[in-house]
Design a protein around this ligand. Structure first.
Ligand SMILES: Cc1cc2nc3c(=O)[nH]c(=O)nc-3n(C[C@H](O)[C@H](O)[C@H](O)COP(=O)(O)OP(=O)(O)OC[C@H]3O[C@@H](n4cnc5c(N)ncnc54)[C@H](O)[C@@H]3O)c2cc1C
Ligand code: SF4
Length: 324
């Protein structure tokens, strides 16, 4: 059962600078884009805000610009617009693939790229109603002092479950971040921190303005494992970018979501450069994934299942891309 939304003031700026100023003027304000993550969490009482800064009216927020250097995707581009954009489909089919797998059609019509990259981490002890969490003494991520998943530890293991981030990471994306000090561009991986309570490296008031994808020659694909085929977050999601020349791997990136508190690029994949995609190589990928993912008991599916699923999907996608 969801509670009613608490009272808040709504601000609708027309420029990014005005949005940031509105944030700075009211500590405790929150940005809202499509609201498909934030408003659910506000109704459950796990997020509160006196002021919501609606980013949907910001000029240029929802544009997609492509040239020979690559593509720049505004943070306000909706997931539906991303999934049906003809240039995205032809140049970055894995992005369209991941976008189509996010939530349901109604969500995708309003949900945005920025919101997807910045959505809150998830856990079965956290994404619950107020009375449920209260009866379980809350938890470390919200109002409590114990993590029910790892009671001996002092950190939150809630999982990041966005579907776009792994594909962007595999494609070598960077993010443009806007804040009171101006704008900066960082590798997308720098946006994330392995901490379920504070998984974004954004400073107060900063927001993601756009994502830049370089022009790529690599083949790329995304696959996710989920409990329900229709509408569901990834229990484990894997994106692979692979380039092969003369039968040997010349570039490989593997990125994962759903298993850790941040989406991340698999480390040590350079050991496969110069090798062919064969059983030994796929076994090596499997072992690397199993060693680096850290699924915890944050979903109804067992952590061990998510570890094995992530490894199996990584093997499968690498094999599929090599065949293509
Ligand atoms: C039933 C259901 C199923 C879902 N399934 C999936 C799924 O399969 N895969 C998936 O990835 N997601 C899923 N979602 C989550 C959500 O719908 C998407 O992640 C969506 O893309 C979030 O975008 P939004 O614009 O609605 O974000 P909002 O809810 O507006 O914002 C989410 C968070 O990001 C912050 N934020 C928004 N924009 C910016 C910005 N530009 N810079 C900095 N911070 C920002 C907000 O302050 C908020 O904290 C699901 C949600 C529901 C309700
Ligand atoms: S991992 Fe622990 S602290 Fe984090 S949301 Fe779940 S129960 Fe709470």
């Amino acid at each position: 059962m969801s509670a009613r939304l608490s009272e808040f003031q709504l601000v609708q700026p027309a420029r990014i600078e005005d949005a940031i100023a509105a944030f700075v003027a009211k500590p405790g304000a929150r940005y809202v884009a499509g609201g498909t993550d934030l408003l659910v969490n506000m109704r459950r009482g796990i997020v509160s805000a006196d002021r919501l800064i609606d980013l949907s009216g910001v000029a240029g927020w929802g544009s997609i610009d492509a040239d020979a250097e690559g593509m720049t995707i505004g943070a306000g581009v909706t997931i539906a617009a991303l999934a049906r954009d003809p240039i995205v489909i032809s140049r970055y089919p894995a992005v369209a693939q991941a976008a189509t797998s996010i939530a349901g059609p109604g969500h995708r019509n309003v949900a945005t790229v920025g919101g997807n990259l910045c959505l809150d981490t998830r856990c079965i002890y956290y994404n619950q109603s107020e009375w449920w969490r209260k009866s379980n003494d809350y938890c470390l991520k919200n109002r409590g002092d114990t993590c029910h998943v790892a009671p001996q530890g002092k950190r939150c293991h809630a999982a990041f479950s966005g579907d776009l981030a792994p594909v962007f990471l595999a494609l070598g994306a960077s993010a443009e971040i806007a804040g009171v000090d101006g704008r900066r561009r960082v590798p997308l991986s720098d946006l994330y921190v392995e901490d379920g309570r504070a998984h974004l490296s954004l400073k107060p008031g900063e927001l993601v303005a756009s994502v830049h994808l370089p022009a790529v020659l690599a083949a790329c694909a995304y696959e996710k494992v989920r409990a329900r085929g229709a509408i569901d977050y990834p229990l484990a999601g894997v994106a692979v970018a692979l380039m092969i020349a003369g039968g040997k791997i010349v570039m490989l990136r593997i990125a994962l979501t759903g298993t850790n508190s941040r989406p991340f690029l698999l480390a040590d994949v350079d050991q496969f450069i110069g090798k062919s995609v064969d059983d030994a190589m796929l076994h090596g990928v499997d072992r690397l994934v199993q060693r680096q993912v850290q699924p915890m008991r944050t979903t109804l599916a067992a952590a061990h299942y998510r570890r094995l699923a992530a490894a199996a999907v990584a093997r499968r996608v690498v094999r599929r891309l090599a065949g293509a």
